[in-house]
Ligand binder design. Structure first.
Ligand SMILES: [Mg+2]
Length: 233
């Protein structure tokens, strides 16, 4: 692993800088205790059913088959149907979930310190898959507008990572050679494969990379200190 001096560093947001998974888990826990219909259903069953359905819906959304309103409705409606619960409660469930999810965003451990140090030495930006409304709330809550020079949100570009268009657009924004851009993200498909296909350098934040995928990234790290050392920030 050789040292690298990128001219611009883009970061993924969810589960790279901010702990989306934890907020999601706690949002589901809130739903579980909010509805008495869940008395006989375990939290684990709710979580696994929700994750399975949500994953399928995100894939449909990624292919452009459904819009975000349909995704937001169906993720709880279908979870409730599968668990044998009155599916008309989906609307209330959506509100309970969003309320919790919005109020429990946190930095990933070590990410804030690393990000502050990196942005004091490098130009940085954010590229995130997600809904503009939600992602802008996060961006404002954490003050990212003052910390980065570029913010790219999939819903505003019209395609999600790993679609080449979002990487091409982000490359044009900074006006650099592709090999001078580093992308830091947690997703193998969206971030690592998408970034490499765009000709960027990629640092993959993961604690258990699949052996055959490890060599795709320029750096694999699970501790932000490793990233800092690698780019000499
Ligand atoms: Mg992510």
């Amino acid at each position: 692993m050789s040292e690298l001096r990128p001219k611009f560093i883009y970061f993924d947001l969810d589960d790279t800088l901010l702990d989306h998974k934890k907020a999601e888990q706690n949002g589901l826990k809130d739903i579980h205790s909010h509805f008495e219909e869940f008395n006989d259903i375990s939290l684990d069953e709710l979580k696994s059913t929700y994750h399975k359905i949500n994953k399928g819906l995100w894939e449909e959304y990624g292919r452009g088959e459904i819009d975000r309103h349909i995704l937001h409705r169906r993720r709880f409606e279908e979870t409730f149907i599968e668990l044998g619960i009155n599916s008309s409660l989906y609307e209330e469930a959506g509100k309970v979930y969003m309320n919790y999810y919005r109020n429990h965003w946190e930095w990933i451990e070590g990410a804030k310190e690393a990000f502050d140090r990196i942005r004091s030495k490098y130009d940085v930006g954010i590229i995130t898959n997600g809904f503009a409304e939600t992602q802008w709330m996060k961006i404002k809550q954490f003050g990212f507008e003052e910390m980065v020079s570029q913010i790219v949100i999939s819903e505003e570009v019209g395609v999600m990572k790993p679609h080449p268009k979002i990487f091409d657009y982000s490359t044009e924004l900074v006006g650099l050679d592709r090999s001078d851009i580093l992308y830091v993200g947690d997703s193998l498909t969206s971030d690592v494969q998408g970034g490499k296909a765009a000709g960027w350098k990629v640092a993959w934040y993961t604690s258990n990379p699949a052996k055959e995928s490890e060599k795709l990234a320029d750096l694999v790290f699970d501790d932000f200190e490793t990233l800092i050392d690698w780019i000499k920030a």
